[in-house]
Every structure is written in C-alpha cells, then in structure tokens.
Design a protein around this ligand. Structure first.
Ligand code: ADE
Length: 227
C-alpha cells in the first residue's frame, strides 16, 4: 500500500513512522509512506500557500493552486482509491473505516491548517473527509499520523501474529479483555487462576465475559448490536 501525505510541515513526520510496526511494514515493503511539502508546489515568489479568506474577517485559508497541482501530479502517476482531507468537520474515524482503507492500494492524506482549505478543493478533489475526534488540532498532521498508523498495522503480513489485529478492541464491537504476563504473583497481586489453567475453552469464555463487562461499563453504546 502507498500513502502520500500532503503537508506544509513535513518535519512533523520525521518521527512517527520510523519505529515499531510502521517501520517494520516499510522495511518489509508492505507500506510506502511519502511525505510531500505543499510549499514546493507554490507558484508564488515567496512560496506562499495561504491567503486571506473572501468575505470573512480573521483567518487564512490554504490556497487551491499548490494543492491542486500536487494532487494532479500524483494522480497523473497512478490511480488513487481515496483523496482524504483530515478535518474536524469530517466523518468520525473508526475501526470499520480503518479496515476499509487498509484494503486500498493508494491513498492521499491532505493535512489542513489555518481556517481550512479553499472549498473548491473539497468539491473537486477530496473524496473522503475524516475527523479523528471532536476536538480541534492545530493541523491535520497528527490526525494523518493516527490514520496512517491504524491502517498500516492492518495490512496482511505487517503484524507478526496474523490474528492479533482481529482481537483488537473495536474489531468485534467489544473492548479488549484484560491481559497479564509473568510473574503470576507480583507482591501478592495474582493473575486470575483461570488463565493459568490451560483450559482454552474456559479461558475464551472468561475473556469474552470480561470484554462484555468492560464494554458495558465503559462503552455501552458499542453493545447495541448484541441486545
Ligand atoms: N484537524 C484539526 N483537527 C482535526 C481533527 N480533530 N481531526 C482531523 N483533522 C483535524
């Protein structure tokens, strides 16, 4: 899978994709993440990428030309499954969306700033708008990193244990049950006996009960499908 990220702050992406699972995905050739500096496509002599908003008072708007040129160039090189704009007024990002995006070959993630991007980009270029939560970030970069992380780990072959992404919280509308590792007794705090029993059926049943219990108390909204 190839992910092209369009930003005016490419430096922000120096860290998040160079560790752990995303790094492994890149090294295995399963994910390619390319960072493009929108400023490099500005035709303004000062490399400006923003301008005053028509009609409204305060606030700058990201201009159409540099972003349109960059997307045109990328689309001239390959087909894209989605051109995604990260924005607080987009559709709320969730696990089913991550699952769907992880099946794609090529996607573009556009990071916004200031008061937003010229509406004509949204009308003519953007195919999907995503918010990662009901709060406002100073730009779309961290949201793009979150979306990238959540989809790259789902690409087949990225996680060592193929089944582990399936048992994540949210994959079956349940939060994950508690997990434990050695020692079985830490200063008197004991791991539940059943997990040491070797009885796989009983362990599965216990885990399901714990998952349902946790989901009931923390996220009852997720249980609607079970009732
Ligand atoms: N840009 C600013 N805030 C955002 C959010 N909550 N989600 C996605 N992009 C954003």
């Amino acid at each position: 899978m190839r992910i092209d990220i369009l930003t005016i702050f490419p430096e922000i992406f120096a860290g998040p994709f160079d560790h752990s699972i995303i790094k492994r995905a890149k090294n295995k050739g399963l994910a390619e993440i390319l960072i493009h500096n929108i400023r490099d496509y500005s035709r303004d002599k000062h490399r400006r990428v923003d301008d005053y908003a028509y009609g409204h008072g305060a606030g700058m708007v990201m201009a159409i030309q540099p972003i349109a040129d960059l997307i045109d160039k990328l689309r001239g090189e390959r087909d894209y499954d989605e051109v995604i704009f990260l924005t607080p007024d987009g559709q709320l990002f969730d696990q089913p969306t991550a699952n769907r995006l992880s099946t794609f070959q090529n996607i573009i993630l556009l990071c916004g700033h200031y008061k937003g991007i010229d509406e004509r980009l949204r009308e003519h270029y953007i195919t999907l708008e995503i918010s990662i939560g009901d709060y406002v970030l100073s730009g779309g970069e961290l949201a793009a990193a979150v979306v990238t992380d959540s989809i790259v780990r789902l690409i087949p072959g990225v996680l060592g244990d193929e089944t582990s992404a399936l048992s994540d919280s949210f994959q079956d509308d349940l939060l994950s049950p508690p997990v434990y590792t050695r020692p079985a007794d830490y200063n008197g705090w004991k791991v539940p006996e059943i997990l040491l029993s070797g009885n796989e059926k009983a362990i599965y049943q216990w885990s399901m009960e714990k998952a349902i219990e946790k989901t009931k108390t923390r996220r009852p909204d997720l249980l609607k499908g079970f009732e």
